[in-house]
Design a protein around this ligand. Structure first.
Ligand code: SPV
Ligand code: MG
Length: 431
């Protein structure tokens, strides 16, 4: 009896999957591989039910003789274990980033004379609707909110990119790259106060009010499914912060980060060049505790951001604050730095980790940008935020286009830098 292998990355079985299973049965004994949660995440698909439930779904499906775990998107682990005569898949993997997976599987199968069977993709109204529904479920507050905690647990290091609109949200949602046989994408989105203010032409001084900041969150949420980390600035008065926590939690935001500053807030990257005042430990702890007290779910996170290194108050102060904020209930600690090298961040993380191996650590490597995520992770960092990069890359590109049009009194010269009209027309899918 020949062995035919199919990998499934789904929470529901529809006509398209049944078609693959039926076709597979004609070739031999069908083994179904269920992609592990960790591998699903790498692959831009977040399960909406447990791994065990996904396995059970296929055990209950007629025509499948065995259900196994697949831990690697490139199939290596299952190919080594099963040595199938055939691997079957919808022919949609002949295009886009999945092509690389197909090529890799074909090469491996060739080692023992195995073959790929491409089944025409079932492009029916019903399949499209079900697939859309699964994706949209992930955008619901109860699914989205808990994803950050899940990612911190499953992923070595969680990567977040700054977003400030539906369009930048789509970039964070959809950008996926293949590099050296690995797929990668952003795990989460950061709604930066700097960028949310800058795109409105305002300074980053807590001037853009919460109603407007929430509107940005809504715009992003409407078109994405990934978890959101919200830059809550100083959090304001504790009496106001509790309302912010409730609203963010209800919307499905996963975490708010508040910084231990008081009075007129200025952007941290100014450091000591401008007047900025750090809050007292006691007062900031009260704010954290007040927020934790009103929180209704376990999944929402309040992350305390320490400005001691920014304000040159020293490492001991930073560490003392970290442990005090954690004791007040903070679910994570963000350590900020404006140095060109990551040394002080490494030292903080190493010393924090000597006493606390679990509380998530968050960093924003804007100035110390040569450090890699893996290096940070080796020092115990869990979340890396690229805090302003989409805004900073868009502005020079837009400015250059404006200058070119002014210079040549026509738009032709700017063409080389522009997205083709056809692409912008088809960029956004209709519901
Ligand atoms: C932001 O992105 O608004 C931040 C990070 O708070 S920083 O600009 O480095 O202060
Ligand atoms: Mg900010």
């Amino acid at each position: 009896m020949k062995k035919i292998y199919a990998c499934f990355t789904t929470d529901t079985i529809h006509e398209g999957h049944l078609n693959i299973i039926r076709t597979a049965q004609q070739y031999g004994e069908v083994i179904a591989g269920i992609l592990s949660d960790a591998a699903m995440l790498r692959y831009n698909q977040f399960p909406t039910c447990t791994f065990e439930e996904r396995m059970e779904l296929f055990r209950q499906t007629e025509g499948i003789s065995e259900v196994i775990v697949q831990n690697d998107v490139l199939y290596d682990d299952v190919l080594d274990a099963v040595h199938p005569d055939y691997v079957i898949h919808g022919d949609n993997w002949k295009e886009g980033p999945m092509q690389k997976i197909r090529e890799h599987v074909a090469e491996r199968l060739a080692e023992w004379g195995g073959e790929i069977i491409d089944v025409p993709y079932t492009d029916s109204e019903q399949v499209r609707r079900i697939e859309k529904q699964i994706r949209q479920k992930l955008a619901m507050p109860e699914y989205r909110r808990k994803r950050l905690r899940q990612l911190i647990e499953i992923r070595g290091v969680v990567k977040a990119i700054e977003v400030h609109s539906g369009l930048t949200g789509l970039i964070a949602e959809k950008t996926i790259v293949e590099h050296n046989g690995e797929f990668d994408q952003f795990d989460a989105m950061w709604i930066s106060s700097l960028c949310d203010s800058t795109v409105k032409g305002k300074p980053d001084i807590e001037l853009v009010d919460m109603t407007s900041r929430f509107r940005t969150i809504e715009d992003v949420m409407e078109v994405t499914t990934k978890p959101i980390i919200f830059d809550g600035d100083s959090g304001g008065l504790p009496e106001h912060f509790v309302y912010t926590v409730r609203s963010l939690e209800r919307m499905g935001v996963s975490a708010v980060i508040i910084e231990d500053k008081i009075g007129l807030k200025k952007n941290s990257l100014f450091g000591t060049e401008v007047k900025q005042t750090q809050d007292t430990i006691e007062h900031f702890c009260e704010k954290i505790a007040a927020g934790k007290k009103v929180q209704l779910t376990h999944s929402f996170m309040i992350i305390a951001r320490i400005e001691s290194l920014i304000l040159e108050q020293g490492m001991e102060d930073a560490l003392q604050r970290a442990f005090a904020y954690r004791a007040a209930g903070a679910d994570g600690i963000m350590i900020h730095s404006r140095k060109k090298e990551p040394d002080e961040v490494f030292e903080f993380c190493d010393r924090f980790r000597q006493q606390d191996s679990t509380t998530p650590l968050v960093v924003v490597p804007t100035t110390y940008n040569t450090v890699t995520e893996q290096e940070l992770h080796a020092h115990g960092v869990n979340v890396v935020i690229y805090a302003n990069h989409l805004t900073r890359s868009a502005f020079p590109a837009m400015e250059q286009t404006a200058q070119q049009i002014l210079m040549y009194h026509r738009a032709k010269e700017a063409d080389a830098n522009l997205m083709p009209i056809r692409e912008i027309l088809t960029l956004i899918d209709e519901l």
